[in-house]
Design a protein around this ligand. Structure first.
Ligand SMILES: Nc1ncnc2c1ncn2[C@@H]1O[C@H](COP(=O)(O)OP(=O)(O)OP(=O)(O)O)[C@@H](O)[C@H]1O
Ligand SMILES: [Mg+2]
Length: 232
């Protein structure tokens, strides 16, 4: 079952440096929210804070559960999947081995589903993950997260460095996930995949949410676009 994510007054630090300064954000059941903003605005740090990977304070509730203070593996087990910027694959293992590592029994997303969504992974199932292209690694990383059967996926810059055709494939996969009721926090620099999915948009700037609304409302908000969103 999905549970809404509710973030209130979230602050985060690396050592003495505070990076998040009171983030408020809600993701409803099965909802897709795109988090955009400039380099260094704190988007990946928000992802890490949700996943228990950075020191933080405030409230991050998933359903009735307070995530702050929980270890990352406990957070994952609650049904929150994470695809980090670094594309989390084991380079020395084959594609198939990578997928089997993430798999949980009785999930709504099986190895067969992974191959159906990303046929290239089936073609390359015996290839070592380290030998895949960037796009293939992105797909593998996403598929690996899905075999853990998450209700919410936090996915950090999935389109980064991908050719347009591969990007469209990743977007199509995310659309399929949404149809299955999986909620998403989709981190991007611009609204590339977000606009394909017509996601709700939150704009991060200086470690806080500067705008939260539809893509149409954001486009009409010239000052938000000018001050907080990368153009071009
Ligand atoms: N491990 C770290 N140690 C110290 N400072 C960090 C660390 N990771 C990020 N920062 C700093 O925190 C701020 C926010 O970084 P974050 O990675 O969250 O930004 P971002 O919005 O994801 O941008 P991008 O992905 O383009 O780097 C930046 O000033 C960055 O230099
Ligand atoms: Mg980042």
């Amino acid at each position: 079952m999905s549970a809404p994510l509710c973030i209130e007054d979230l602050r985060a630090w690396y050592g003495a440096a505070q990076v998040l300064h009171g983030v408020n954000l809600r993701i409803g059941e099965g909802e897709v929210v795109a988090l955009v903003g400039r380099n260094g605005s704190g988007r990946s740090t928000l992802a890490k804070a949700i996943m228990g990977l950075v020191r933080c304070a405030g409230d991050v509730r998933y359903g009735d559960v307070q995530l702050i203070g929980l270890r990352p593996h406990r957070i994952a087990r609650l049904g929150i999947g994470y695809v980090p910027e670094t594309r989390d694959v084991f380079p020395a293992l084959t594609v198939r081995e990578n997928l089997l590592l993430g798999e949980r029994k009785g999930t709504r997303f099986t190895l067969g589903d992974a191959y159906r969504l990303f046929p290239v992974l089936e073609e390359r199932m015996s290839v070592k993950a380290g030998a895949l292209s960037g796009g293939e690694q992105q797909m593998l990383s996403l598929a690996r997260t899905l075999t853990g059967d998450p209700s919410l996926v936090v996915i950090d810059e999935p389109g980064e460095g991908l050719a347009p055709q591969v990007l469209a494939q990743v977007a199509a996969c995310l659309a399929t996930l949404r149809e299955r009721g999986v909620a998403m926090l989709l981190i991007e620099e611009r609204l590339t995949i977000a606009s394909m999915l017509d996601a709700r948009v939150a704009v991060m700037g200086h470690g806080a949410i500067q705008f939260d609304g539809t893509i149409g409302a954001l486009a009409a908000s010239e000052h938000v676009m000018r001050d907080w969103v990368s153009i071009g």
